[in-house]
Design a protein around this ligand. Structure first.
Ligand code: AP5
Ligand code: MG
Length: 218
């Protein structure tokens, strides 16, 4: 099974990806996390990607494709959840072609949606663990001890791109570059739209119903 999870910044993709990967034993492909990891270790990919991440622009496709192709080959026999990839039509078409070469396809494309005001509120209150990647919301889903990860005890941090000006840029980029994926996946008959304004447990339940419905039909 190949699932794409897309939606604007801060809508809750990473939160759901964590829950879904665990429940359905999916290999999680989180492009943003992988890019931030490359920046953290100061690799050549990280050095090229960093200015785009900081500014809230998409990293150029050629950098992205190298990372995707290696991943698809490494995990070709496993179920995959794509979080934050593809992010434009070129990436979506290239992914489709790469999967077709492995006799695979996207089975479900889920778009999460939420009003911009709520997105900004969620992102300003987001903290994450740079060690294990767990995501928190200071208001609705705080750690047990303020500023410390429940899982691994590391100090939680705020992402560099979670400042209002960069968030607004990311929202614009989403509208221009990523929004066309809605029509693209509708045409492939794999598209589902999910209201992300409810709790993470309610969103997870809704997505689980979709995945269970799909696997029951097979
Ligand atoms: P990426 O890391 O993917 O960022 P994003 O798409 O902007 O999304 P976020 O990770 O900010 O939000 P999310 O939807 O995962 O929300 P989360 O679960 O954390 O990409 C970053 C950058 O990398 C891009 O700007 C670009 O530069 C580059 N990049 C990545 N992929 C690329 C690609 N394919 N091509 C080119 N460039 C690429 O939740 C947010 C907050 O809300 C948290 O605090 C969470 O606790 C809280 N929350 C979650 N669910 C709920 C809920 N139901 N109720 C209340 N709070 C909730
Ligand atoms: Mg994320």
């Amino acid at each position: 099974m190949r699932i794409v999870l897309f939606g604007p910044p801060g809508v809750g993709k990473g939160t759901q990806a964590e829950l879904l990967a665990d429940r359905y034993h999916l290999i999680k492909f989180s492009m943003g996390d992988m890019l931030r990891q490359e920046v953290a270790v100061n690799s050549s990919v990280g050095r090229r990607a960093e200015p785009f991440l900081k500014a809230g622009h998409l990293v150029p496709d050629n950098i992205i494709f190298d990372m995707v192709n290696n991943f698809l080959i490494e995990y070709q026999n496993q179920d995959i959840l794509f979080d934050g990839f593809p992010r434009n039509l070129n990436q979506a078409r290239t992914l489709e072609q790469s999967l077709a070469q492995l006799s695979q396809k996207i089975d479900i494309a889920l778009e999460l949606y939420l009003p911009d005001q709520e997105i900004i509120k969620r992102l300003e209150n987001r903290r994450y663990c740079p060690s294990c990647g767990r995501i928190y919301n200071c208001l609705t889903d705080p750690p047990k001890i303020k500023g410390v990860c429940d899982e691994c005890g590391k100090k939680l941090i705020k992402r560099e791109d979670d400042q209002e000006s960069v968030i607004r840029r990311r929202l614009e980029v989403y509208e221009q570059e990523t929004r066309p994926l809605t029509e693209y996946y509708k045409e492939l008959n794999v598209y589902k739209k999910i209201d992300a304004s409810v709790t993470k447990e309610q969103i997870f339940k809704k997505i689980s119903e979709i995945i269970n419905g799909y696997t029951d039909k097979k």
